[in-house]
Design a protein around this ligand. Structure first.
Ligand code: AMO
Length: 442
C-alpha cells in the first residue's frame, strides 16, 4: 500500500517494517558511498537512502519499498531505507534546474517550461489557493440560493463594448469569443432563476502586455434580480470575499506560508469603505501630493493603476484593510447596460453618473459590477448614444422586452484575486497556461 510522504513520520512511529512510496525524484546527493534522494509527491517530500544511484535521473517517477526510520539529519527527521526501487518513467535531461529556488528563475523560463515549472511545490500552491477561491465562491453563492450556469463562449457580438474581440471562423460566418457572459447571465435572471453565477473563461484581445492583463482569464460572475442599487451588490461582495478569505486561511495555511502571504483577517472586509468616483479621485490626488519625496506629481485624472495603489494605501491606513469599493462612475467609463443614477433618484444627482462600482484590493481592480438597465424603452433610446443599433442587439433586447426585473451583478477576475492574495508579481503566474500576446504554448 502506498504511503504519502507526509504520512511517513507516523509510519516510522508505528514501527512499520516495510512501506511503499511513489513520486518524483526531486534531488539526488551522493555522499560517502550512500545515495540520498528526495522523493516528492503531492503531499510533500521525504528522504530516501539508496545503496546506488543506478539509472536514476532528476524528475524520474519511481516507486520504492523500504523501512521508515528516524534520522535527525534527514529533512523532517525521517527517512526511508530503500530495499527495492522501480523506475516507472525515466526523465530525460531537464531544460532548466527544476528544483532551484523559484526566486532565481525568470518568469519567462517558468512559463515557457510550464509543465515542468508546475513540479515546484511553491508554484503548484498558487493553484491550490485558486481551487479554494473557486470552491468558496460557488459554495457561498449556492447557500444564498444562486444557481450555477454554464453559457456559450461563442458570441455574435460584443458584450462589453470596445474592440477587444477575438474573431472566430464559424462555418461560413465570423463570430467572436465571449468577452463576458453579460448577456446570458442577465437572460438567466429574467428567465426566472433570479440568482445565477458562472465560473468560466472569457477572452479579451487587449494588445498591451502588463502584469495585470491576460487575454484569457477566468471570470467569477454573478447576477441577481430585485436589487435597488449597486450598494446591494457591494454588500454581497463583502460577504463573499470575507468567506473566500476565511476559507483560504483555513484550507491553505502551508500555501500562504510558502509565499509569506496572508489574507485580510476575519472582520476586516466588512470595514472596507465605499467612495464615489469623484471622491476617490480627490483622495488619490491628495495621497499623491502627500507622499514624501514625490516632488511635483502629475495630477491623476482617472482611476488608473497608480490611483488604485494610492487608494489601497489610504484604505489600509484609514480603515485597516487594503480593500475599497469605488462607485458612481461617470457614464463614459461604463458599458451601455449600466443603470444611470438619476433614473432611480429622480434627478437629484448629475445625469452622467451610473450605479456602478469597482472593488480595489491591494492596489488592483479585482471586480467590476453594476445595476443594469432593465427598462426596455430606456435601453432602446440610449443605444444610439453608445453607437449601437438595436438590430445588432436582438438578444439583449429580447431579455428586456418581455418582463425583466431590476437586476445587477458583478465579476471578479479569478487570476487577479489569486495574484493579490499571494502578492504575485504578475497575473500570468496565477494562470496555469496563460495566454498573452506572444504566448500561446504550452
Ligand atoms: P470587466 O470588464 O471590468 O467587467 O471585468 C471584470 C473583472 O475581470 C477582471 N479582468 C481581467 N483579468 C485579467 N486580465 C484581463 N485582461 C482582465 N480584464 C478584466 C478584473 C475585472 O475587475 N461584465 C462586466 C462585469 C459585470 O458588470 O458583471 C465585466 O466583464 O478583475
Amino acid at each position: 500500500m502506498r504511503v504519502l510522504a507526509k504520512d511517513i513520520p507516523s509510519a516510522a512511529r508505528e514501527g512499520k517494517d516495510e512501506i511503499e512510496a511513489s513520486g518524483w525524484v526531486h534531488r539526488i546527493r551522493e555522499l560517502g558511498g550512500v545515495v540520498f534522494v528526495i522523493l516528492r509527491d503531492r503531499s510533500g517530500m521525504v528522504q530516501l537512502v539508496l545503496e546506488e544511484k543506478g539509472g536514476l535521473t532528476l524528475e524520474s517517477v519511481i516507486t520504492v519499498k523500504g523501512v521508515p526510520a528516524f534520522n535527525e539529519k534527514a529533512p523532517g527527521g525521517v527517512e526511508l531505507k530503500v530495499k527495492e526501487i522501480r523506475i516507472l518513467s525515466r526523465a530525460a535531461d531537464l531544460p532548466y534546474q527544476v528544483n532551484a529556488d523559484i526566486g532565481k528563475i525568470g518568469l519567462d523560463v517558468i512559463l515557457d517550461n510550464r509543465v515542468l515549472s508546475l513540479r515546484n511545490p511553491k508554484i503548484r500552491s498558487i493553484f491550490k489557493v485558486q481551487a479554494t477561491i473557486v470552491e468558496a465562491f460557488a459554495e457561498y453563492l449556492r447557500r444564498a440560493d444562486f444557481t450555477e450556469i454554464k453559457t456559450s463562449k461563442l458570441s455574435s457580438g460584443s458584450t462589453e463594448g470596445g474592440t477587444n474581440l477575438f474573431k472566430v471562423e464559424y462555418f461560413d460566418r465570423t463570430l467572436c469569443l465571449a468577452q463576458s457572459p453579460q448577456l446570458y447571465k442577465e437572460a438567466m435572471v429574467a428567465s426566472g432563476l433570479e440568482r445565477v453565477f458562472e465560473i468560466a473563461p472569457v477572452y479579451r484581445a487587449e494588445k498591451h502586455d502588463t502584469p495585470r492583463h491576460l487575454n484569457e482569464y477566468v471570470s467569477l460572475d454573478l447576477e441577481m434580480g430585485f436589487i435597488e442599487s449597486e450598494k446591494d451588490l457591494i454588500e454581497l461582495e463583502k460577504g463573499l470575499l470575507a468567506y473566500i478569505f476565511d476559507e483560504v486561511a483555513r484550507k491553505n495555511g502551508p500555501d500562504l506560508a510558502a509565499w509569506d502571504a496572508a489574507v485580510p483577517p476575519a472582520g476586516a472586509v466588512g470595514a472596507a469603505p465605499t467612495v464615489a468616483y469623484e471622491e476617490a479621485l480627490k483622495i488619490a490626488n491628495e495621497e499623491q501630493a502627500g507622499a514624501k519625496g514625490n516632488g511635483n506629481p502629475a495630477r491623476i485624472f482617472d482611476i488608473n493603476p497608480e490611483a488604485e495603489r494610492l487608494l489601497s494605501e489610504w484604505s489600509l491606513r484609514e480603515y485597516g484593510v487594503e480593500l475599497l469599493f469605488v462607485n458612481e462612475f461617470p457614464r463614459r467609463y461604463r458599458p451601455f447596460y449600466t443603470y444611470p443614477v438619476e433614473a432611480a433618484e429622480g434627478g437629484g444627482k448629475p445625469a452622467a453618473l451610473t450605479m456602478s462600482f469597482d472593488a480595489i484590493f491591494r492596489g488592483l481592480e479585482i471586480t467590476s459590477g453594476s445595476r443594469r438597465q432593465h427598462d426596455y424603452s430606456a435601453f432602446a433610446q440610449a443605444l444610439p448614444k453608445f453607437g449601437l443599433k438595436e438590430e445588432n442587439m436582438a438578444g439583449y433586447a429580447a431579455v428586456l422586452k418581455y418582463g425583466c426585473p431590476p437586476h445587477g451583478g458583478f465579476a471578479i477576475g479569478l487570476e487577479r484575486l489569486t495574484q493579490k492574495i499571494l502578492a504575485l508579481g504578475s497575473v500570468k503566474e496565477a494562470s496555469l497556461f496563460p495566454r498573452d500576446r506572444r504566448r500561446v504554448e504550452p
